[in-house]
Design a protein around this ligand. Structure first.
Ligand SMILES: Nc1ncnc2c1ncn2[C@@H]1O[C@H](COP(=O)(O)OP(=O)(O)OP(=O)(O)O)[C@@H](O)[C@H]1O
Length: 207
């Protein structure tokens, strides 16, 4: 099977953090073109699961597979196909919106000529030359969405992506997620806010 279209799946996945059990026995499958919404109370392990799917936290038991392979067997391949958006948007104070998106394009071997279009897509077309220190929280989040678009990653892992986004920003996020699925991508979103995209749902119970 073409690796891009291979299913992402877990079987009997368990997570421990700080010596404490967070979740056990987690199994789910995510095909190309599918999204997953991860729900659950504070501390249930949503961020931990996303970090595990990104290969940043090791499972205490079980494994995460991409097709036949355990993602831990080829971390570089997994990093290349994955984009992780955490709670904090890392923005350099002096670098402009254009600089941030240019850097993302270079890092992901994307065409820098796309940057103005990507900025416009995320609502920052008029702010290309604005430095990071002058961006609002929602504008920073939009830079992060622009980076996501430039990543070309098949798997988007988004932790509370609606944070700081206004109504229009939340609609934009939903559009980007739908377009990503339509292009054969997949995503997992940990959220307390509903996102207006049809997805599978995984609810972590917490303890
Ligand atoms: N770096 C860490 N070291 C030790 N324990 C951690 C670490 N990060 C998280 N935990 C613990 O793991 C558990 C799950 O945390 P996690 O952040 O995954 O939950 P969450 O469902 O994303 O919560 P929230 O809804 O509050 O964002 C919590 O009990 C937390 O205290």
């Amino acid at each position: 099977m073409d690796a891009t279209h291979a299913p992402l799946w877990t079987d009997d996945l368990a997570c421990r953090r700080g010596g404490r059990r967070v979740f056990t026995g987690l199994g789910f499958r995510l095909e190309a073109g599918e999204g997953l919404t991860i729900l659950g109370p504070n501390g249930a392990g949503k961020s931990s699961l996303l970090r595990m799917l990104a290969g940043l936290v090791r499972p205490a038991a079980g494994a995460i597979h991409w097709g036949e392979a355990d993602i831990a067997d080829d971390p570089i391949a997994h990093r290349t196909r994955t984009a992780y958006l955490g709670h904090l948007d890392v923005i350099k104070p002096r670098a402009t919106v254009r600089d941030h998106l240019d850097l993302a394009a270079v890092l992901h071997s994307a065409d820098r000529a796309q940057v103005p279009d990507v900025a416009a897509r995320v609502g920052l077309g008029a702010l290309l030359e604005r430095p990071g220190r002058l961006l609002s929280a929602g504008q920073r989040r939009r830079v992060a969405l622009g980076r996501l678009l430039l990543s070309g990653a098949a798997l988007w892992l988004l932790d509370e992506p609606t944070n700081a986004l206004d109504t229009a920003g939340q609609a934009l996020l939903a559009d980007l997620l739908r377009d990503h699925l339509a292009g054969g991508g997949r995503f997992a979103v940990a959220t307390h806010q509903p996102i207006a995209v049809e997805t599978r749902t995984l609810t972590l119970q917490g303890s």
